[in-house]
Design a protein around this ligand. Structure first.
Ligand SMILES: Nc1ncnc2c1ncn2[C@@H]1O[C@H](COP(=O)(O)OP(=O)(O)OP(=O)(O)O)[C@@H](O)[C@H]1O
Length: 352
């Protein structure tokens, strides 16, 4: 009886709402216990907002996806896939999903807020990383990737901007907007991701599989340690493919032999010969003495990440210039952005 009433209710909803069900439950009322207190970043389709939950006393990040943009870009199924995937994932170094819903005009994806920002911001501020830091970041990200792949999920957009830094001094894999469920051994064909991180088999249009994520991790770790990408970006996939195919991926002399060996294995152009599973990754000489047990890793924060919280340029870099003023033009039908401010902390919580 209850199910019947529910399906009648669904039938009454407009198509612009029902097509996003059941992944994004419809909520008509404004969530009075949530208050926007800042703008974190400008995502591809809409802003990422900083929000205070006055009931839980916690701060969250909410990614706002305008339905019109989702439909215009034909990414309805991908938006649903993003929350289906993120809901399943509970791992120390993976950003989990707190809640998601839809209003008349927008989809909302709510996650824990990582106030230190993302790894890209950190990299642009510090230039390059010491090998000891690369080692811990590599262990945390490798264990996150192995966990994802065991679930049959390919991330497909591993890059510094999608690695968040936690208040506890660790990294956290985020943004499952391009992720896909893919059984081990199965292949994908869509060219997607960020051009500088794309494996050669992705640039050719596939077939590719989980091994492509390990290539992206190799590019990321190389870039952290070297302070620059192995190759600059090209304007299109085919020129990038030519560059990647020709490039020898020789390691800078400044790299230790153990790091050079790890990266050579990850940046192997033949996916079948590439280092592409956690079991082999963790036994690399570069990780001698490093535990891959999440609980052990959690006990040892990456010190510079802890220090970054107080870096004066961090916020300016990570908001990428988006302010509340610009948000006024954005129809965000659940929130009233406070008047011109980039970050507000209200003295009096909303009544509810
Ligand atoms: N939970 C969070 N805590 C702190 N910052 C976040 C959080 N989620 C996202 N961000 C910031 O917002 C940026 C964009 O978020 P996200 O990548 O999820 O959006 P997107 O629309 O997929 O954008 P893009 O196409 O640039 O990846 C991230 O690079 C990060 O700086």
């Amino acid at each position: 009886m209850c199910t019947c009433a529910k399906s009648q209710e669904t039938n009454l909803l407009p198509t612009s709402t029902s097509i996003f069900l059941p992944e994004f439950p419809h909520r008509e009322a404004r969530p009075a216990h949530l208050q926007v207190t800042g703008v974190i970043a400008k995502g591809s389709f809409g802003p990422v907002l900083k929000v205070k939950d006055w009931v839980k006393g916690k701060t969250y990040a909410i990614k706002v996806l305008p339905k019109s943009e989702v439909l215009k870009h034909g990414v309805l199924e991908q938006a649903k896939e993003e929350v289906i995937i993120q809901r399943q994932l509970q791992h120390a170094f993976v950003l989990g999903l707190e809640d998601c819903w839809q209003s008349q005009n927008n989809l909302f994806i709510m996650c824990d807020y990582c106030r230190t920002g993302d790894l890209y911001t950190y990299w642009t501020l510090t230039g390059h990383f010491k090998e000891r830091e690369v080692q811990v970041i590599a262990a945390e990200l490798g264990s996150a990737l192995g966990f994802l792949h065991d679930f049959g999920i390919m991330h497909r957009d591993l890059k510094m901007e999608n690695i968040l830094l936690t208040d506890q001094g660790h990294v956290c894999l985020a943004d499952f907007g391009l992720s896909r469920r893919l059984e081990r051994g199965a292949k994908a064909f869509t060219i997607c991701g960020t051009i500088q991180y794309m494996a050669p088999e992705v640039l050719t249009g596939g077939p590719y599989s989980h091994a492509a994520d390990w290539w992206s991790l190799g590019i990321l770790l190389y870039t952290l340690a070297a302070g620059e990408f192995p190759l600059p970006p090209e304007s299109d996939h085919s020129s990038m493919l030519s560059k990647v195919t020709e490039h020898p991926y020789e390691m800078p002399e400044s790299f230790s032999p153990a790091l050079a060996l790890l990266l050579t294995e990850l940046l192997c152009k033949t996916p079948m010969r590439r280092l592409r599973c956690l079991e082999r990754y963790r036994t690399q000489r570069f990780f001698n003495g490093v535990s891959f047990d999440s609980q052990v890793l959690m006990k040892f924060p990456i010190q510079p990440i802890l220090e970054l919280k107080d870096h004066p340029n961090r916020l300016e870099k990570s908001t990428r210039g988006l302010t509340f003023d610009q948000l006024q033009n954005f129809e965000c039908d659940l929130f009233d952005p406070p008047s011109s401010a980039t970050d507000v902390s209200p003295a009096v919580p909303h009544q509810h």
